[in-house]
Design a protein around this ligand. Structure first.
Ligand SMILES: *Cc1c(COP(=O)(O)O)cnc(C)c1O
Length: 875
């Protein structure tokens, strides 16, 4: 019989156990081993059965057991300690408070918007790297005391769970998540009614949402949920699935995230007294509408769009996460137009102004599409990619928005991603660290960083490291057998057919891991390029390999599902099935077991399409060595001392097939000649000394760098703090002045010219150490020297006469304008390097409130024949 209604009966905890509820509600348990151990001891069997989920655990513990625990002195003592520790963690001074004490310009609060958050397997609201990164960002912010508010959507079916059919085709299952059974609390008004966020939709409909709050250590995470009774059926389904549905569905999700998200933040701050955010961080374009809502908030009779845009931009940070076009949302202009304006959302903002923000105004841009990344760049005064290489790729990719500037001047910086070590380091690794330098210092090393703490790894004896690796590998082997068994049962096999699974993988064989989503650029099946060769490697009599593979294809991506099928069919072959396995349902729970157990973490994307990649960092923190294409973070931090770089054939004019052949061959060679021999080689003491040394170097050299704590500190110092300063400087009055100034400069710019440039040597001729006096005559039209900067740019020139690696030097105006309104600028030009040397000058708009000289996309350079000038009007 089917129930007509369901609800959840929350457990009643006996008074002495009251703190358990708070410990379960705060997701810090997910990265705090002692709290987890406490929950486990409530009921070890139930803990495993609940998937290590405290809320489910407490929902299932029999009252008799609770009564027993409430009289258990030892348990009560540990409970008291854990609760005290959490209170201390949540209220104490941390890195940010110490920093803020010294410099009063750090933001009072930062709102961090993301379409997905991977905090723990118990809150499955993520699909892959972007979400896990967002979760790690919140956790690291919490550890550092950064006053962040996370904002996202609550997907009632999360992302899909993956299984396989008998013939290895991906099957998708959507769990039904009941927020009452998740570690969430409903945000309520003072009178107890649920707080409601509402959006106006075309045709007089509305989209309403409740706000659920997850507590991530010190950081609240607000999740909007449209599945509420006040909504019509269609609107209830807006937050049904992550990355599901067609264009309109996605647009509504993103409007709810961006616009509804800002409203949820306002409600939260009103109800709790939390300071209002001064900085809004848009994690990937999907959340970009947050800027529009804030423009709308400011817009009124006295404040126009341009002024509001300036005020909002100042405090907005935009992070782009992918150079892959399919990863960037582009909507039909008409669709966007229909959802905004007088009869829909943001009635005070002109629809034309909104549409212009998303226009691809660059060569090859599509005029009928609205590009969310482009809007993100226009709404954010500060933007970044997620590794040094990805920053460079992004500057090239979006250079068209700032024509006239060299790619290196495009105002997109980079902050290389990091991972939250306490989440990703296996308890056994933690324990070894604690034995070496103590628990407290290990925790600090993992969350805050500091390479001195990591240096202690150098003193860990070889035998301990090797024993640890063996233990972790052994645990992975057990886990793989369990999962493989479940998978085969699901694929319809009978128990009697599955005896072979007991011999799958070997705890002493070199173990390689490869797990990730399955978009084509990640090349899941590159290892299958030459199957015979792979088979030889797997079955090598002295130096065999074993490989564990996992990954989900997007439900709409049949190409990706075919790759999975191809791979699984290979792993089904009785000749190799004990040496290579595919595990379905890659997710955080599996990842936490998989990374530590692998000796080598493999990554072979098509360079440079992997913006950063983070799984290799998590593996490294557990002592796995990386074997990867030089893409993303590995391009930045690879050293032969602790890993291997797979040579790539990018850049060369090779076709895709040939490139795959070349790179796969390089991979096999490395595995056969370098990786396997090093793993199996034994030193005088019977241990693989050189391998162990690489493990040690991985930990000491990469450990401190790959931390999310390092990443969040960089965001605070390089992006949040400057954005907060700019936000404070740009109140509505200043924003109005800046907007008016920009409009005036744009209008006047076509008449700004460089008329004449001359350089005279003071000493002899051009020799090292000489200084030239540079004299430039410019015409500023209606502008004054206060509106511009005239710069000299000098340095090495390449064969095409392009100046590279130069720092612009401002020139000084001398005297007033002549009768024709021309002005002279002067400055020294030092010949500080030998070889080909070149110089030029240019004029840029200048204003103390600009975040970057390229911001307006305006620059004037001398024309080819100096004396004439080329004015370039951009954007
Ligand atoms: C870390 C992680 C990812 C992202 O890994 P990449 O290396 O960026 O592909 C994806 N899924 C899960 C479950 C992860 O833990």
């Amino acid at each position: 019989m089917k129930a007509i209604r369901r609800f959840t009966v929350r457990p009643v905890l006996p008074d002495p156990l009251g703190d358990l509820a708070e410990l379960a509600r705060n997701l810090r348990w997910s990265w705090h081993p002692r709290t987890r151990a406490l929950f486990r001891s409530v009921d070890p069997h139930l803990w495993e059965a609940s998937g290590c989920d405290p809320v489910r655990l407490l929902g299932g513990v029999p009252p008799a057991r609770l009564a027993e625990l409430s009289r258990d002195e030892d348990f009560l003592r540990r409970l008291g300690e854990a609760a005290g520790d959490l209170r201390e963690y949540v209220t104490g001074e941390r890195w940010y408070q110490q920093r803020a004490g010294g410099s009063g310009h750090l933001p009072r609060a930062v709102a961090y918007f993301s379409p997905e958050f991977g905090i723990t397997a118990a809150l499955p609201q993520y699909s892959g790297g972007l979400g896990i990164l967002a979760g790690d960002h919140l956790k690291a912010a919490s550890d550092l005391g950064v006053p962040l508010i996370g904002v996202g959507l609550l997907y009632r079916h999360g992302y899909f769970r993956q299984s396989l059919s008998r013939d290895a085709w991906q099957q998708e299952h959507y769990p039904v998540l009941d927020p009452n059974e998740l570690p969430l609390t409903l945000l309520r008004e003072a009178d107890g009614t649920p707080a409601l966020v509402a959006l106006a939709l075309p045709g007089g409909r509305s989209l309403r949402a409740h706000v659920w709050q997850a507590q991530v250590g010190r950081v609240p995470l607000l999740l909007l949920d449209s599945d509420v009774e006040e909504n019509d059926r269609g609107e209830r389904d807006v937050t049904d699935r992550l990355y599901g549905g067609g264009s309109e569905h996605r647009l509504l999700q993103e409007m709810l995230l961006g616009i509804g998200g800002v409203r949820a933040v306002r409600t939260y701050c009103r109800l709790t007294g939390h300071p209002e955010p001064e900085v809004f961080h848009t994690n990937e374009g999907h959340a970009g509408f947050l800027g529009l809502e804030r423009i709308h908030e400011l817009t009124g009779p006295a404040v126009g769009f341009d002024t509001a845009l300036e005020a909002v931009r100042a405090g907005t940070v935009f992070t782009t996460h992918t150079p892959v076009p399919a990863g960037i949302d582009r909507f039909d202009r008409e669709l966007v137009a229909r959802h905004f304006g007088p009869d829909a959302e943001l009635p005070r903002v002109d629809v034309g102004d909104i549409l212009r923000l998303g226009m691809e105004t660059y060569p090859g841009g599509e005029p009928n599409l609205f590009n969310m990344a482009v809007m993100g760049l226009r709404l954010g005064s500060r933007a970044n990619g997620v590794s040094i290489l990805h920053g460079a790729v992004s500057r090239e990719m979006f250079a068209g928005l700032w024509p006239g500037f060299d790619p290196e001047e495009i105002p997109i910086t980079s902050v290389t991603n990091g991972v939250h070590a306490p989440t990703w380091v296996a308890p056994e690794v933690l324990a070894l660290g604690a034995r070496q330098i103590g628990e407290r210092r290990t925790e600090d090393a993992l969350s805050v960083g500091g390479s001195d703490r990591w240096d202690a790894v150098a003193d860990i004896p070889d035998t301990d490291i090797w024993e640890l690796r063996r233990t972790l590998r052994g645990q992975l082997v057990d886990e793989v057998r369990r999962r493989l068994y479940d998978s085969w049962r699901q694929r319809g096999a009978a128990t009697a057919e599955l005896g072979w699974i007991d011999d799958v993988l070997d705890p002493d064989v070199l173990t390689i891991g490869f797990a990730r989503r399955v978009p084509s650029y990640k090349r899941l099946t590159l290892m299958l390029r030459d199957r015979d060769r792979l088979m030889e490697l797997l079955l090598h009599p002295e130096r065999p390999l074993q490989i564990v593979v996992a990954g989900k294809a997007h439900p709409a991506d049949d190409g990706g599902k075919r790759l999975i099928q191809e791979l699984v069919r290979f792993t089904d072959d009785p000749r190799v099935r004990h040496r290579v396995v595919f595990l379905p349902d890659y997710g955080m729970a599996m990842a936490q077991k998989l990374y530590p157990g692998c000796d080598v973490w493999l990554n072979n994307p098509l360079r440079p399409l992997e913006a950063c990649g983070t799984s290799g960092m998590k593996a490294a923190l557990n002592g796995a060595l990386n074997l990867s294409v030089l893409d993303g973070w590995w391009d930045e931090w690879f050293e032969p001392d602790f890993g291997w770089a797979i040579p790539t054939a990018d850049g060369a004019a090779t076709d895709d097939d040939r490139r795959d052949d070349l790179e796969a061959a390089a991979l096999y060679d490395l595995l056969e000649r370098r990786v396997a021999p090093r793993f199996y080689e034994r030193g005088p003491g019977g241990l693989p000394d050189r391998w162990i040394e690489m493990v040690r170097r991985t930990l000491t050299r990469l450990g401190p760098k790959v931390l999310a704590g390092r990443m969040v500190r960089e965001y605070v110092e390089e992006l949040y703090a400057p954005a907060a300063r700019a936000h404070r400087a740009l109140d509505v009055t200043a924003a109005g002045e800046l907007a008016a100034w920009k409009a005036r400069v744009r209008a006047a710019w076509p008449r700004v010219t460089v008329d004449h440039v001359e350089a005279s040597a003071t000493g002899a001729t051009a020799e090292l150490g000489a200084t030239l006096a540079l004299r430039v005559r410019v015409h500023l039209g209606e502008l004054t020297p206060d509106d511009v900067e005239v710069q000299a740019i000098a340095g090495r020139v390449d064969p095409e006469d392009r100046i590279t690696g130069a720092t612009p030097v401002p020139l000084k105006p001398v005297g007033g304008p002549d009768q024709e309104g021309r002005r002279v600028y002067e400055g020294p030009l030092a010949l500080d390097r030998t070889g080909s040397f070149g110089y030029t000058v240019r004029i840029l708009p200048a204003h103390r409130l600009l975040a970057d000289g390229a911001e307006l996309g305006l620059v004037t350079v001398p024309s080819e024949a100096t004396g004439e000038a080329a004015g370039v009007l951009l954007r």
